[in-house]
Design a binder for this molecule. Structure first.
Ligand SMILES: *Cc1c(COP(=O)(O)O)cnc(C)c1O
Length: 516
């Protein structure tokens, strides 16, 4: 099997890289993101045949098509490990037709109840495999430290995937005021000897910026290498090893929709994705490029609607934009890292990508040229949903269809309804409702997003609230066990750090020193 090599969006890494190189490196030298030099192309029959395989087999088939540099038999066994009993549904990523022609792709059956598991049950296995391959080849190799900035869901999913893996440690930074009670408890109760979790006094963009600056700090990198024999890597969606597992479920979903009779073989579908860092919808774009019959890619934003404005106008502008807190915190993002990959794919011009990124860093905005804008519009549409409307959508869909949406999925549902035309619509559901119980409670009670919960509820923990909600929504998907038991787990991590590069670096070095 021929391997597909990777280059970076800014054209600054002189070497073509293999899949496992991109997994270990995370980000390219110079700050670019790795992209495949060519894309495979699947026939319709190959896509439809996925329906006959278990999910692990579907994943292996897509990875093989992408020419990853892992031995095919080893690939099969990694996929069996990734997509097995850790999920609470044997179909792994089932598609449910909630109302006529409105299909929901449920991506939250993994151990942390959000779609990040789809990639992060898989990436750490590739990580260990990549390390073993290099050690077996006699290459000298540092251990790795995976540094993660999280708006809530990535952190837990990455901790769960990397806990107690050899040759790797993981440190997670989350915005102390920006995650739900359930999300915080999930992270600070994480088991494992190689994990650390820190609350950052700031919002998600502060977190992400500080972690990115630590990655770019040559002094910090040298100290880690010299003092601890450690090299940095990333489990954020800048890592190509996060993107590729996400391409799988779009191909899988299409095959299931045809096999289920809701879609004719070859009939195009639209997909609507609740978007933050642009990783999930970018995976849908790659799925389309390799031959999955997807017509429109619909980007759904919350009140932090910089992306939907960009898709509408071709101007990406955060120069005068306040960060807003919403019921869908995993989409509370202003700087969408993966957009850089799309800009590269549309232009194939690293110089242009570099100019736009420089302009964004210098002035907080950039404008793409007319051709790039036109080619983006050929694939993408976008819209956004306000906080109160998001909650009323949850209530309406529950009342009309007996299906309970989490706030992120509700944003996508509403945008999908506004945008629907002739094609069947696939709404991507990214979290189980119970991860965001407070806002689901508000939604069911008809409260506004900024209203406090009724006093009898206010003293109740986010986890205890879930069983109260569950009683009111018979027939909804039950509270996952991993969430229901959270109040009984000890909180291991209470540290909080100053936003900014120095805060992140000091936290990491103190932790590493304490362990020696
Ligand atoms: C991460 C996340 C998103 C946003 O996904 P991106 O790949 O960053 O666009 C949406 N919903 C939930 C629940 C998430 O955890």
């Amino acid at each position: 099997m021929e391997h597909i090599t990777y280059r970076d969006t800014r054209g600054l890494d002189p070497m073509p890289r293999l899949f496992t190189d991109t997994v270990l490196a995370g980000i390219a030298p110079g700050g670019g993101l790795y992209v495949p030099e060519r894309l495979p192309s699947l026939t319709l029959d190959e896509v439809l045949a996925l329906a006959d395989l278990p999910y692990a087999g579907r994943a292996a088939a897509i990875f093989r098509a992408f020419g990853v540099d892992v031995h095919p038999e080893q690939l099969d066994s990694l996929m069996d490990l990734a997509y097995g009993p850790a999920f609470d549904d044997a179909r792994i990523a089932p598609v449910v037709e909630v109302s006529p022609d409105m299909h929901v792709l449920e991506l939250w059956h993994g151990p942390t109840s959000a779609f990040k598991d789809m990639a992060l049950q898989c990436l750490p296995l590739f990580f260990s495999e990549a390390v073993s391959m290099r050690l077996a080849a006699g290459e000298p190799l540092d251990d790795f430290l995976v540094l993660v900035a999280t708006s809530g869901d990535t952190g837990k999913a990455a901790l769960e995937g990397f806990a107690d893996r050899e040759h790797v440690r993981i440190a997670v930074f989350y915005p102390a005021e920006g995650v739900s009670d359930v999300q915080r408890k999930q992270m600070v109760s994480q088991r494992g000897d190689n994990v650390a979790v820190f609350g950052v006094r700031g919002n998600f963009d502060d977190c992400q910026t500080a972690v990115k600056q630590a990655f770019a700090d040559a002094g910090f990198i040298a100290r880690l290498h010299e003092t601890h024999g450690i090299q940095l890597s990333s489990a954020n969606s800048i890592n190509w090893g996060r993107l590729l597992p996400q391409v799988v479920y779009y191909a899988s979903a299409y095959a299931d929709m045809v096999a289920g009779g809701g879609v004719r073989p070859g009939e195009p579908i639209d997909v609507c994705v609740p978007t933050g860092n642009f990783g999930n919808i970018l995976a849908a774009y790659y799925a389309k490029r390799i031959g999955v019959p997807i017509d429109r890619l619909v980007c759904a934003s919350n009140e932090n609607n910089v992306l939907s404005d960009f898709i509408a106008t071709g101007v990406y502008d955060i120069s005068d934009r306040a960060f807003s807190t919403t019921p869908s915190p995993s989409m509370d993002i202003l700087v969408s890292s993966n957009l850089e990959r799309l800009l590269f794919e549309l232009t194939l011009q690293p110089e242009a990508v570099r100019d736009w990124q420089r302009s964004l860093a210098d002035s907080g905005r950039f404008t793409v040229d007319r051709d790039t804008f036109a080619s983006m519009r050929r694939h993408f549409s976008a819209d956004w949903v306000g906080n109160d409307e998001c909650l009323s959508v949850i209530r309406r869909v529950w009342n009309d269809n007996g299906y309970l949406l989490d706030p992120h999925t509700a944003v996508a549902w509403e945008v999908a309804e506004r945008m629907r035309d002739a094609n069947p619509m696939l709404v991507v559901s990214t979290a189980h409702w119970a991860k965001f119980g407070g806002d689901v409670f508000r939604a069911l009670d008809g409260l506004a997003a900024d209203e406090p919960l009724p006093s009898q509820e206010a003293g109740v923990s986010g986890v205890a609230l879930l069983s109260e909600i569950a009683c009111r929504v018979p027939g909804a998907s039950p509270v996952p066990r991993g969430l229901a038991e959270l109040d009984s787990l000890p909180e291991r991590f209470s540290g909080s750090v100053e936003a900014g590069r120095d805060g992140v670096e000091r936290a990491v070095e103190d932790w590493l020193n304490a362990g020696e």
